[in-house]
Design a protein around this ligand. Structure first.
Ligand code: USQ
Length: 362
């Protein structure tokens, strides 16, 4: 089937990944429909920040998939997508740790939105492939320290002298990350009982900028590479949380949307809950800071870690499926240089007061 016959419904089309994915898929000949509840924009304004770059809002419908099940189901019934990509997520771990309201907002939005997609697909057409945005953070540092994370949804273990097939062991490190963990279990279950086709992309930390997508750098919505580059451009020391010996996985925004296209074209099977490790680089936070320093000669500050995470860990991921279907990783160092050039153009817009982390895990 050629791309222009494929209909893709993007939930969360106005977000950091959504804006980039929406225009990329359109350019590639897909028929795309976007919906969004405009929560990201609202949340960023509410914490006193704003996107550094102009953010286009391509969504065709304003709708909250976590609240309006009937409205959402009508869209699925009339548009009849081959694939639903669910990016309609509150993505920030620190935001979810502010207080009870923010924890509940994160979990309600993420878990209920995912649940409504599962029900709509079951009721309208179980053949629709669901691609949901999971996170590599469902494999916490302490559980997989030095142990390779398998690229599997289930594993065999021996317990009580018997062999069991259980979901690949997961846990989380924030109320946000738990929302993703619960959604993974919901999708695994829906694939077993209703035969749904689900791909859970356990994605590393996304960085970079393309086209007209947003670029956040505040303590909540800025991810670490984007924040470090903004900090270097505006001339404040890079805020390494703790030792910087934390290892994390990363993927450039360009690779993230290319990977989603590859998964659209290579869907999960009926009844399959498929896990994909969507990441291309594994680095320590201090290594990232040193790459930025090599470009700008900026200062680096090791500040008290506001989070509850291991000071030093070794992450290893089995991540072969995307490579097998054709993903070509970008070069991280040259993309960070590229990002530096992009962000430099917006230097005047940087609000220094939103950079320092205020929310603590404990
Ligand atoms: N960090 C710093 N300094 C900063 C910001 C972060 O040292 O100024 C450190 C953090 O302590 C952490 C690492 O950098 O060890 C990553 O932090 P982050 O804020 O870039 O990313 P994280 O909170 O892990 O969440 C991001 C996305 C989330 C996605 C996740 C993938 O916001 O949506 O699920 O990356 S993963 O990290 O694999 O869980």
């Amino acid at each position: 089937m050629s791309n222009n016959k494929k209909r893709i419904l993007i939930c969360g089309a106005n977000g950091y990944i959504g804006v980039a994915l929406y225009s990329y898929l359109k350019e590639r000949g897909f028929t795309v429909l976007g919906i969004d509840n405009e929560m990201r924009e609202r949340n960023v304004i509410n914490i006193g920040s704003n996107s550094l770059t102009r953010n286009s809002k391509p969504s065709d419908f304003k709708l909250d998939i976590s609240e309006d099940y009937r409205g959402f189901k009508e869209i699925v019934e009339s548009f009849r997508p081959e694939t639903i990509v669910n990016l309609a997520q509150q993505p920030s771990a620190p935001f979810s740790m502010i207080d009870a309201d923010h924890a509940i907002l994160s979990q309600k939005n993420n878990i209920c939105g995912g649940m409504n997609i599962l029900w709509a697909v079951k009721e309208v057409d179980p053949n629709i492939h669901i691609i949901q945005l999971g996170t590599a953070g469902e494999y916490p540092d302490w559980l997989y320290n030095g142990i390779e994370v398998p690229e599997s949804s289930r594993i065999e273990v021996e317990y009580n002298k018997k062999k069991w097939i259980i979901p690949t062991p997961r846990y989380a490190g924030s109320w946000y990350h738990f929302s993703k963990l619960y959604s993974s279990y919901n999708s695994d279950y829906a694939s077993r009982i209703w035969g749904l086709k689900v791909t859970d992309i356990n994605q590393g930390i996304v960085y970079g900028h393309i086209g007209e997508t947003r670029l956040d750098y505040d303590e909540y919505f800025g991810t670490v590479i984007n924040r470090f580059v903004v900090q270097a451009v505006v001339g404040v020391p890079l805020t390494i949380y703790g030792t910087g010996e934390q290892t994390r996985s990363f993927i450039h925004l360009k690779n993230s949307i290319e990977a989603i296209e590859l998964l659209i074209n290579n869907p999960a099977n009926i009844g399959e809950y498929r896990v994909i490790q969507q990441l291309t680089d594994i680095k320590r936070v201090s290594e990232i800071a040193n790459i930025v320093k090599s470009i700008t000669n900026c200062e680096i500050d090791n500040i008290e870690n506001p989070r509850s995470e291991m000071e030093k860990n070794e992450f290893k991921f089995e991540a072969n499926k995307l490579k097998t279907i054709g993903l070509k990783p970008v070069d991280m160092e040259s993309e960070i240089k590229n990002l530096f050039n992009i962000i430099s153009k917006y230097k005047e817009n940087i609000n220094k007061s939103v950079i320092w982390p205020k929310t603590k895990w404990k």
